[in-house]
Structure formats: structure tokens, C-alpha cells
Ligand binder design. Sequence first.
Ligand SMILES: Cc1cc2nc3c(=O)[nH]c(=O)nc-3n(C[C@H](O)[C@H](O)[C@H](O)COP(=O)(O)OP(=O)(O)OC[C@H]3O[C@@H](n4cnc5c(N)ncnc54)[C@H](O)[C@@H]3O)c2cc1C
Length: 394
Amino acid sequence: MSTTADVVVIGGGVNGTSAAFHLATLGVTNVILVERGQLAAGATGKSGALVRTHYTNVPESQLAFESLKVFQRFKEIVGYDAGFDGLGFIQVVGPGYGDALAANVAAQQALGINTRMVPLDELQELQPGIAIDDIGAAAFEPDSGYADPNATAYAFARAAEALGVQIWTHCAATAIVRDGGRVVAVETERGRIATENVVLAPGAYARQLLEPLGLDYGLYPQRSMVAIFRWPPGWERRHHVIIDNINHSWLRPEGSQATLIGVEQPIGDYDPDNYNQGVDGSFVDVARAALARRFPAFGDATMRGGWSGVYMMSPDGRPIIDQVPSVPGLFVMLGDSGTSFKTAPAIGKCLAEWVVLGEPQLLDLSPFRSTRFAEGKPWIDETAYSPKRQTISR
Ligand SMILES: Cc1cc2nc3c(=O)[nH]c(=O)nc-3n(C[C@H](O)[C@H](O)[C@H](O)COP(=O)(O)OP(=O)(O)OC[C@H]3O[C@@H](n4cnc5c(N)ncnc54)[C@H](O)[C@@H]3O)c2cc1C
């Protein structure tokens, strides 16, 4: 079978489907998205899907803010629901990090983000049941929350398909083919697709396609677990979404009577095709303990389930979003680093603009360039909240 496409998108997670949707809205509809499994088969399907704009650097806050604007009007923009619930987000940091938090909040306010510092006595009114004895400082984003990650990817894919994009599930891309350096085709399990443009958003599987191109960014797949706890007797009000930097955890309501929590895990190199998709027994106690340190009423909370997923870490914990300079025609979203659900609307839009218009219009993506490691300039945040490297809870 011989097929030609203006763009091939590799990966049917939230970033690949977002890119496909945005390509189509820019008028490029001869697009084929190939997904080796089902839509959202990778990290997206397992995501905690917190949507917040708080970061310890401006470029990631900008990506998140532009994406939040999409989540808030998702049905109007995309045509289908992403299950976004903007119930409010609280960031707490330990003693000694109050100035860093205030600096980050001020930088976010300068971007137009609705965020503010919250004095600790007010925090207990804002979030009943919260323990504040170990907290140094807190900030609140009234507009942030969480979404349904599967619904989000399905929505982007469905809207892209309605505009003419072809979506080939259960079809792996096996190679990106070059001629004279630039992209000329993608080999897939259903044959070759001739194309001059590839958007590569393969999550934890990136190395298989990058290595033959001589590209090594030091990416490694990381497993992350979440557990769900039933609310204890007497706890009846949904709480805010919280990132607890002191206990390296993050939590949000799950349904109407439970809480989902993730806790920072030791770094590892996992096989995305062969890992335990459930929760380790030891993690249940770790998660309950972290939850009870922030909400003491949850000390006896009953565990009701959980799962794990694998995302792709970059060496500095920030995504790589770029047109790879050594491979004309190759546009990448790599090393999502466990935080790239919330930013997918903006990432997909920027990648689509890059392919169609020659450069991203929405935002300057140079901080996310692929060459930063070779330049010896990995990303370091001056206003981080921990000397330790963190993924999801940073
Ligand atoms: C437990 C957990 C909690 C998380 N919590 C949050 C959170 O609260 N907030 C947040 O913003 N982020 C969170 N994340 C991270 C977020 O889910 C990911 O950053 C995001 O989903 C990455 O999307 P993606 O489309 O780039 O990659 P993926 O969702 O991994 O999608 C990549 C897709 O590409 C496909 N693929 C790979 N190789 C090929 C190939 N050769 N051919 C065809 N298809 C291919 C895969 O099957 C996969 O479906 C969490 C992740 C996990 C696992």
C-alpha cells in the first residue's frame, strides 16, 4: 500500500491528538495519526490529569496558562467535553520556601494568571481539614482543577477526524525514513506513508524511533503510581486539588466520595510494554501516610484502588518540544516528564503552527529546545521548592 500525507503524527496520546486537531484547524487535513495501541494507551490514559498553572518557571506556566484557557472552553473550542473541573488548586511548600513561592506567584500574576498567596490562618478556612503545622507558605489558583485525560484525548481525536484526519490505531510506526537528512516517509505496520513532516509524540517509546536517527537525549521511562482512598466518615465536601511539596505528593477528588493521590517515586528505567500496571502493596501505606499528613482525617481511609502508568523523563525533568535541527521535517514532543497532560492543548497548537507556519505563534518554545543538553545548559529553576529532583509534585 502506498500512501501520502502532508503530516504523520506518531502517538495517540493527548499531545499527538492535540497536534492532529490543531493541524486540522489550521487547514492541514491530509494528516495520518498512527497509534501502536488504542487512543490514550500510554501515560495519558493513566494520568492524574491535574490542570494547574503553578510552576517554578515562567515558560511552563505560560504553556499551562494557555492550555487552561482551552480547558475552560473545551467544548466550545474542540466540540466535545474534556471533563474539566475548575474547583481550585492549592500549592503548599515547606518552611524556607515562602520567598520562592511568592516570587513564582508574582511572576504568574504578571502573566495574567489568577493566583495569590494565602496566609496560613486563611488556608484552613479555604480548605477545611487541612493540617498546616509543617507548611511554610501556600498559594491558591481558583480557576485550576483537573480533567478527564481519556476524554480529552478522545475529544481531540474525534474533532480531528471530523475535520478529515485519519487515525490508525493498532498501527505502530516502525521507522522514520530520511533522504539527504530530511524526513521523506514513515514506515508503519500498515506500510510506508510518504510525508515531509512528522510530529513525534511517542511518550515512553521514544527511544525506539530516535536511536536509528542518531538522536539520544538521555530519556528514560519512569513508572508512577496513584491510589484512591474513600473519604472517611464525616468528610462530605470535595476538597481542592493540592500539590504538597512537603510530602512530595499531589491529590484531587476522584468522583464524589474519594481522593486520588500520587506520591513521588524513586527514579527507575521501566519497560512500557512490561510493567505492573497495578499498585505495589507498599505504595498503599506510603500514599495513605502522605494523605494523612495533609488531611489527618484520612489516617484510616480505606484504599479503593489505583493504577500505575509510565511516562518519559528527560534528564532535566522538562519536556523537549522542538523541530529537531539535524532532521528537517521532524517535530517532537518528548520527555513529558510526568507533567505534560495539562499543557497538551498549547503544545499541540504550537507544534501545528510550527509545521504549517514555520514557527510557533502562540509562545516562544526555545526554552524547551532539544539542543539544551548538548549545549551544557539543562533546565534549572532558581525558585524550586526542593534541592531534590522532583517530577509530578514539583
Ligand atoms: C500516574 C500518572 C499521573 C500523572 N499526573 C499528571 C498530572 O496530574 N498532570 C499532568 O499534567 N500530567 C500528569 N501526568 C503526565 C501526563 O499524563 C503525560 O505527560 C502526558 O499524558 C503525555 O502525553 P503524550 O501524548 O506526550 O504521551 P503518551 O500519553 O504516553 O502517548 C504516547 C502514545 O504514543 C504511542 N506510541 C509510541 N510509540 C509509537 C509508535 N512507534 N507508533 C505508534 N504509536 C506509538 C503510545 O502507544 C502512546 O499511546 C501523569 C502521568 C502518570 C502516568
